[in-house]
Ligand binder design. Structure first.
Ligand code: PXG
Length: 479
């Protein structure tokens, strides 16, 4: 077969856009149960049908062009429309579309990807990352972490170390263990969660949890010490691990104070507990490094990844297993009774390798660190002068701002007003995808953005904030 005729986006696009939007919406509503969706509500309004994408833009079935400032769902790091990734999938499918990695079997792309990831994960202190466990998602990877951390302590002769400490408002996935590790009360309320031996401390969110007049630095130390208090309350010999995102993503882009992570590291070291960094969002250039633990000087034992490893083109996740855990599993372990049909899927691994090659060739992590990250920081900080913005902050290529009723007193809106959703609606109307988490408006754009595209995005964000302000004024909610 002639591979050059395989991928013909214009033909695909025409087919999609010829569909009747309402017909697709009706079938969608009749047959498709969406994630995190109120289906009664969706049935009345109809889903937005996204039909194609290129670079940093997506198009809907009505032909509307939308700037995707969320990289899909924090994952399309290399941008849309990369033919190399489609080609890598095609080539691998024609060579070996699937084989499992159970029963003393392996495949070449999985070996190559594990080797590549080991070479990209920097050594920190006495921690190195020579081994990788593969899954198909962030959730599965965090389930793996729970089982691996407990297995580690069993093998260390300390089976009573079972408790995993996480944080309120963290997001670690939607499986039973993932949702339990996460600190989303709405998720815990459904399905009898958390599962046993998972507990939470408060998040390091200065705007909400800082005391009046407390500096960011002092707050960071106080927030980290909540971990120490929790460890002491449970009993250090019962704690297996602490899990956290370097910067909380789905919780609303919560960027911890600079003092937070060093103090967390002191505490986990002092009590000997494992540190799990969930980098499903933060890795692969998002914060200007291949892995964000390097940015914060964290020494994790296990590192969760997914999303950006394939730029979202195909599902793949995994865990970077640090030497402390890997050596014990290998030396003392026997069989670890855990694995997935798609662990080390050859097509997913081949796409990941091609994606990492693009990111390396185009220097995307460095670009975020030295060029577009600082430029976004400068432009995003300008929003601090907007009457609706309590505080606007960035870290690498994520950014968040909180909408407030009164800037001077930092008074927030009544949650029932759903001001974040109001702002999000203005964004969609004006051709911008920006996410609302309560009244925090957040972005995580593709890492290929140019300065001009950042300017275009910032103009749209300001336009949408102005439209939200005008609406709130007309409703009498702000002066
Ligand atoms: N950990 C983190 C830090 C995540 O952000 C997961 C684990 C779970 O990954 P999977 O691949 O199982 O979805 C995630 C996923 C949002 C949103 O609303 C964020 C995620 C997923 C869905 C919605 O921002 N992050």
């Amino acid at each position: 077969m002639n591979t050059s005729t395989l991928i013909t986006p214009p033909a695909l696009v025409r087919r999609a856009e010829q569909q009747d939007t309402q017909a697709i919406q009706a079938l969608d509503s009749a047959h498709f149960i969406h994630p995190f969706t109120d289906h009664g509500d969706l049935a009345t309004r109809g889903a937005r049908v996204i039909t194609r994408a290129e670079n940093i833009y997506v198009w809907d079935s009505e032909g509307k062009k939308i700037l995707d400032a969320m990289s899909g769902l924090w994952c399309v790091n290399a941008g849309y429309g990369r033919r190399e990734l489609a080609q890598a999938a095609y080539d691998q499918m024609m060579t070996l579309p699937y084989y499992n990695s159970f029963f003393q079997t392996t495949n070449v792309p999985a070996v190559q990807l594990a080797t590549k990831l080991a070479s990209l994960a920097p050594k920190v202190g006495d921690r190195s990352f020579e081994h990788v466990f593969f899954s198909s998602s962030g959730s599965e990877s965090n389930d793996t972490n729970v089982r691996m951390a407990r297995r580690y302590w069993d093998l260390m002769g300390q089976p009573e170390r079972k408790v995993i400490i996480s944080r309120h408002n963290a997001y670690h996935g939607s499986t039973m263990a993932g949702a339990s590790l996460g600190g989303m009360s709405g998720m815990h309320a459904q399905g009898d969660l958390p599962i046993p031996n998972i507990t939470h401390i408060e998040q390091p969110y200065h705007f909400e949890n800082g005391l009046p007049g407390e500096s960011e630095a002092d707050f960071g130390l106080r927030a980290a010490r909540w971990l120490e208090e929790k460890i002491l309350a449970i009993g250090p010999d019962k704690v297996a691990a602490f899990i956290a995102e370097p910067v909380q993503g789905a919780g609303g882009v919560i960027i911890p104070p600079a003092t937070y992570w060093p103090e967390i590291q002191r505490i986990v070291d002092q009590y000997g507990i494992l540190l799990i960094c969930d980098e499903v969002i933060c890795a692969f250039g998002r914060l200007g490094h291949w892995f964000a633990y390097e940015k914060f000087g964290i020494k994790p034992d296990l590192v969760t990844f997914a999303k950006g490893v394939t730029s979202g083109y195909i599902p793949l996740g995994g865990v970077m297993v640090g030497n402390r855990v890997a050596q014990v599993l290998i030396d003392k372990g026997g069989e670890f009774n855990h694995g997935y049909t798609y662990s080390g899927h050859p097509v997913a691994c081949a796409v990941a390798l091609a994606n990492l090659e693009i990111m390396e060739r185009e220097g995307l992590p460095q670009r975020v660190r030295d060029d577009i990250g600082p430029y976004l920081a400068k432009r995003f900080a300008e929003l601090n002068d907007h009457p609706l913005v309590g505080v606007a902050e960035t870290c690498g290529f994520v950014a968040g701002l909180v909408l407030v009723k009164d800037k001077a007193t930092r008074q927030v809106f009544d949650p029932d007003l759903a001001v974040g959703m109001m702002c999000r609606a203005h964004c969609f109307k004006n051709g911008l995808i920006m996410r609302a988490v309560g009244d925090r408006m957040i972005i995580a754009p593709p890492l290929v953005m140019t300065h001009e595209q950042i300017d275009e995005m910032m103009a749209l964000i300001r336009l949408c904030l102005d439209a939200t302000l005008a609406q709130l004024r007309s409703l009498g909610h702000v002066a």
